[in-house]
Design a protein around this ligand. Structure first.
Ligand code: DAH
Length: 333
């Protein structure tokens, strides 16, 4: 009987080892270890054995055979299950790269682009870039610029005040001109700087105004500077920024910090004019307030809106569009 047990076990082991799928394996296990299987019918013969010892020995041999088959089946099942799982995953895999589009590349804000191009143009003309704080003292924003307290010209700027220090002593800078004073009080002439930056005014937004916008200030302090140097610089930058089809003109105007003062316009190729900013010869009072001897040094200054330049450059109708962050608008540039 022991040979029958071994034979039944070996057949069962061979069947289990040969199973190609978990289903087939389970089927073979059921056939060989089940109630109607060969080992079960051998077990049925135990009762007919003559001695207790023989029954015990054969019973043990049968149990061992059964365990060996079960263990082999379990091990093989694990292998088959892993293979089947891998095949299933491979079958269900989706190739998402099919849907891949190249990521859309953005670009700097139109005003940032204009700001950087302006810096490039002025650096090319020999200027250095300076900067100052957006929260400014009354002294730099007004007083150093020849506007003592309660000077009527202060009303040219709708000023936003910051609650800091004595009432009215701290403002959100209304223009980049205070950077002129910051440069002159800390640097020796000759001075050739531009100062781009953010400025603030208590104004309602409309197509050509924003309460927060950007200016670029220019300041030259040197010996023998004339109004012609100012006009030539403005003309050079106009052409460099907009192209050679554009020219500039100066119109007499008034600013407390320059004398004489002018406003400058640029002429588009179609002959129409765009008002861009103010300029003039630095007022002797401003030089003196900043510790520079007006008898020895002279200079010119200018300031204009960067947002307006970006608007003009790209042909945008409404300044507010540039700050709406509407992708349909932004994507056009
Ligand atoms: N700061 C003036 C403004 O905001 C613009 C300006 C005019 C700047 C004349 C200047 C200048 O430097 O000389 O309206």
């Amino acid at each position: 009987m022991i040979e029958d047990i071994s034979a039944a076990r070996d057949v069962a082991l061979a069947a289990v080892a040969g199973a190609q799928t978990v289903d087939l394996l389970d089927q073979f296990v059921a056939e060989h270890l089940g109630k109607r299987g060969p080992l079960a019918s051998l077990k049925a013969r135990l009762g007919a054995l003559p001695t207790v010892d023989e029954k015990k020995a054969m019973g043990q041999a049968l149990n061992e055979a059964t365990s060996a088959v079960s263990a082999a089946a379990d091990a093989h099942r694990a292998v088959l299950a892993a293979v089947e799982r891998r095949a299933q995953l491979a079958g269900e895999r989706m190739d998402l790269t099919e849907f891949r589009r190249p990521p859309a590349r953005g670009h700097a804000h139109l005003v940032t682009e204009a700001w950087e191009r302006l810096e490039d143009v002025f650096i090319g003309l020999g200027f250095k870039v300076a900067e100052g704080p957006e929260i400014e003292t009354d002294w730099y924003n007004f007083e150093a610029l020849n506007m003592p307290p309660s000077h009527p010209a202060r009303s040219m700027w709708d000023t936003l005040f910051v609650e800091h220090g004595a009432p009215g002593s701290t403002v959100l800078r209304t223009h980049t001109s205070p950077v002129q004073a910051r440069v002159m009080t800390t640097q020796e002439p000759p001075i050739y700087v531009v100062a781009p930056g953010r400025v603030f005014r208590n104004e309602t937004a409309d197509a050509t105004h924003m309460p927060v916008f950007h200016q670029i200030e220019g300041l030259v302090v040197d010996r023998g500077i004339s109004f012609a140097d100012l006009a030539g610089t403005i003309e050079a930058f106009t052409r460099a920024f907009f192209g050679s089809g554009f020219t500039s003109r100066l119109r007499p105007s008034f600013f407390p910090f320059t004398e004489p003062s002018a406003e400058f316009d640029i002429r588009r190729p179609d002959g129409s004019w765009l008002e861009l900013g103010g300029c003039g010869m630095v007022h002797p009072n401003v030089l003196a307030a900043c510790g520079i001897d007006p008898e020895e040094w002279g200079g010119f200054a200018f300031g204009f809106g960067i947002d307006r330049m970006a608007k003009e450059y790209h042909g945008v109708d409404d300044l507010r569009e540039m700050y709406s962050n509407d992708v349909r608008f932004i994507e056009q540039f």
